[in-house]
Design a protein around this ligand. Sequence first.
Ligand code: FO1
Length: 318
Amino acid sequence: MKYPDTKIVALCGGIGGAKLALGLNNILDQKNLSIITNTGDDFLYLGFYICPDIDTVIYTLAGVNNPDTGWGREDETWKTLDVLKELGADTWFQLGDKDLALHLFRSKEKRKGELLTTITRKITNKFGLKTNVLPMSNHAVQTILETENGEISFQDYFVRQKCRPKVSNILFKSKKPVATDAVKKTLSDKKLDGIIFCPSNPYLSIDPILSINKIKKLIENQKKPRVVVSPIVGNDSVKGPTSKIMNEMGIEVSSVSIAEHYKGLIDGIIIDKSDGEQADKIKEMGIEVKLSKIIVKTKEEKTRLAKESIEFIQEIAS
Ligand code: FO1
């Protein structure tokens, strides 16, 4: 561990974001790392309350995630899914047997009236993690995509329709878009050293978090450095439908657009060395730039990028 006292809040959603979260978890004291996690992808499926981004972070930090897909668990079996298929139930969202046990547990806890934050803490403890995995809200916030086929929910778009529909706008629907006490506390912590926006899809994974006004305000007013790791290299997304959605919404696919998207919320952005020519344009917005290799595959690369994001925060703070 290189930064024993550094306290960080990371905003994270999706598989790309979880890679940096793992790197941060490797170099920080876990109790000093709070990961505010997107819950806009959550949905009820086969009667279970599914929280994909929370589970992806927990499985990834615990080292039990499926390395090929990024979601779900490694060494999974699919016996329940096979029987569900025989029964003619929905199986477009694949739930493995081990993953299902987590959904059974969480759905039971929710029925008992436990807060999602409390349930998530119980689960992270069971996976041996001290890391503060914090759902952005204890109340449902739904990411809805406006497409040529009308409004569809996130998982319908992302999984059932494999991101095919053309997206014109993205909405976040909630009866009670309120931040959790734990999120407010961690963002107001005077001992916080910085905030890191993981290289998640800004539109689908980070914006739902920022759609909660209190969270956005706390980040806007945060005096400590706030940096984002760009999810774009060149004119393509590192992972997932980010560049496709940007094209469809008429946004230039570049790290400059990512910096613009977060303007007012960030002090610095880490972009890929190959995008160095974009640095000046970003600096003109008053946002500092650090060049790095942001495509990370191995544990070492994830840890290296995490170290660079902490060092960037320290450089900006000094
Ligand atoms: N993504 C898929 O593309 N296909 C699936 O069948 C699928 C199942 C699944 C089960 C549990 C879980 O936590 C995530 C799962 N995901 C699946 C990924 C999920 O849709 C995404 O990870 C997030 O919602 C967006 O990052």
